[in-house]
Design a protein around this ligand. Sequence first.
Ligand SMILES: [Zn+2]
Length: 408
Amino acid sequence: MFESFSEIFDPRTRCSYSIDEIFFGALTMDLLKCGSRNQYNNLWREEPFRQNFECQFKLSLPHADTIDEVIRQTPPEYLEEIRTRLVKHLIENKSLRRFRIFGSHYLVAVDATGIASFNERHCPHCLMKTSKNGVVSYFHYVLEAKLVTTSGLAISIGSEFIENPDGEDYDKQDCEQKAFKRLVRKIKKAFPRLPICLLANGLYPTDPVFDICLEYGWNFIITLKDNALKTFQKEASLFKHTAKPRTVDLACKGWEIYREYKYLNDIQYHKRKFEWLSLCEIKFQTETGEITENQFVYITNIRQNIENVIETADSGRLRWKIENEGFNVQKNNGYGMEHKYSRLNYIAMQNYYLILQIAHLVNQLGEISKTLTIILQEHSKATIKDLWMKLFGYLIFVEHIDTDRPPG
Ligand SMILES: [Zn+2]
């Protein structure tokens, strides 16, 4: 990563910090979960913090305004490329192999999320919405692709900003469906041979999405809402009673859970045939007697049988990890994804978002590392948040940390 940062084109003619110091400073804002440039500057003003940082990383830490000046002028493609390199490294290291579905395909969830909203136009690329009362609001959305795992990792592998073209002269605003085509093209280019199983929500069972998956040789497990693909669902309903269910009984943490999986192969849809899959889950809370029932229905191109139906449906349900472990954590667990790190500059907004994706990857791996896992086990009441506060304290109040001695 350090090497990649130093390869970024430096737009400055005179500078007191190297380009890798600028980008590592930007990354530090997110690694330390500062949540804002202001909070980062408060840390930066503490001299022992800067000295300790330098001792640990052998890099000087710039002020957030110095970082911002460079971030505004750097094409986002540099950071996209660095993220691709890091993810490729993880894949080549086989670190994520055991999370592949049926030992072959990586699970990649796609979904869009808001990153900023404004009462006034912020840049020429803003999306616009007019409320019932005629009030216009401006906002930015990004379409994300994250590699998700059963262990709870959500690793960004592609981001496409949903944005209007320059100027006011366009018929229709950009949208998630259009951005999806651009996003998958980027992913295919970055990871041409990566076997992917796409997980997507009820917006995605459409012909263009099926076409892309077939063209790229990807598998897919896509949520089917009640009113989606009516002919496909009607055909499936004709044969549903013939589907032989596979059932599972589980008991965990005060719940008794019953799951019933059903599938049908070769259901006709627009001259093609796909598989229909359903999971009905009934949960019984042993203490209160409360019963909840949930039904999940999917369309997939993975041929189903009694052996693979459970893994397919359970993988389909991992889609929510992009919302929970991905967007929710980045918005609410100190990263401040929606915070306006750069109020006016659209390039900077994209770059801060991409840096956040890299920092979140580093932190996720750090948080499951042996060192942290052991600390958390030894202090049964400690949380990651507690550890972060202690880390701040350590970096601010312990003067001249000796890097030759491991921290106690
Ligand atoms: Zn804008």
